[in-house]
Design a binder for this molecule. Structure first.
Ligand SMILES: NC(=O)c1ccc[n+]([C@@H]2O[C@H](COP(=O)([O-])OP(=O)(O)OC[C@H]3O[C@@H](n4cnc5c(N)ncnc54)[C@H](O)[C@@H]3O)[C@@H](O)[C@H]2O)c1
Length: 264
């Protein structure tokens, strides 16, 4: 089990469906947390429940990001890890993010502003302090949609592909300073919001492509984040870890073939 005793960790998107359970797991493992989210009421609830300091973060604004890092340094004296979990998944954005032919520049820009630019800026502001410490670990959250083509969410997918490459650049340029940077790419994960907003037939289609008998829940993602920021992962950097029940690992014909074999 990854021990995080005494580590000071910033978690962005910590009020969210994956972020809050991740914050809870990191706290269980001994981490001191800065619980950052644009949803400050949600962040405060998480802070009260799992322990930690709630911070109102707007990833669209660089001064807000700089203040987040300064707050962690003021309160904890150092930043051992940054977990970039936040993403703009507003319900009003999702239906407008389809294919490129119909893409509104505003949808593209807004998606990139939070997911890619915001994640990059959060990394930017912890690199100096981590370099000064001679150590640090960053985990950026992408998605298996950043690895393969899909009929939906072209802007979101491209922003997640950008994060996977951002991770490699940081790992390459800062590895010798003792800073590790990795990406976690979840597949469809059964957060409360996914359970209530994604229609059951869509979930069944996705589940048919998973190699596991079930879709993952937020703790499945949190375990990977906890491991990657722990000292047990000291030799792992620049990598993308797909946590999607094997969905992105196989031939596209998997689900229909399985159905055909089942018929005999
Ligand atoms: N749930 C899934 O099925 C799934 C699948 C693949 C990848 N992911 C990725 O996992 C991460 C977490 O997803 P989730 O399901 O918990 O989403 P979520 O929407 O429940 O949580 C995202 C959090 O980010 C916060 N946020 C949004 N805009 C922000 C901003 N400008 N500044 C600061 N915080 C902001 C939100 O308030 C929210 O708490 C995201 O990066 C998402 O892209 C999720």
């Amino acid at each position: 089990m990854a021990d995080l005793s005494g580590k000071s960790v910033i978690v962005t998107g910590a009020a969210g469906g994956i972020g809050a359970p991740t914050a809870a797991l990191l706290a269980e493992r001994g981490a001191k947390l800065l619980i950052a989210d644009v949803d400050i009421a949600g962040a405060e609830t998480v802070a009260r429940t799992v322990g930690g300091i709630a911070f109102h973060l707007d990833l669209a604004e660089e001064p807000s990001i700089a203040t987040m890092v300064k707050t962690a340094l003021d309160r904890f004296g150092r930043v051992d890890a940054l977990c970039n979990i936040a993403a703009d998944q507003s319900p009003e954005l999702y239906p407008r993010d389809r294919d490129i032919e119909t893409m509104e520049a505003e949808v593209w820009d807004r998606t990139f502003r939070i997911n890619a630019r915001g994640t990059m800026l959060a990394c930017k502001h912890v690199l100096g302090p981590m370099k000064g410490q001679g150590a640090g670990a960053i985990v950026n959250m992408a998605s298996n949609l950043g690895l393969q083509g899909s009929l939906i969410q072209s802007a979101y997918a491209a922003s997640k592909a950008a994060i996977i490459q951002l991770t490699r650049s940081i790992a390459a340029s800062h590895g010798k300073s003792g800073i590790r940077c990795n990406t976690v790419s979840p597949g469809l994960t059964l957060t409360r919001s996914v359970r209530t907003t994604i229609p059951r037939e869509i979930r069944e289609i996705v589940e048919a492509d998973a190699l596991t008998p079930y879709l993952g829940d937020p703790r499945d993602i949190a375990y990977m984040v906890a491991f990657l920021i722990s000292d047990e992962a000291r030799y792992i950097t620049g990598e993308n870890f797909v946590v999607d029940g094997g969905t992105a690992s196989h031939m596209p014909s998997y689900a229909p073939m399985r159905a055909l074999f089942a018929k005999g």
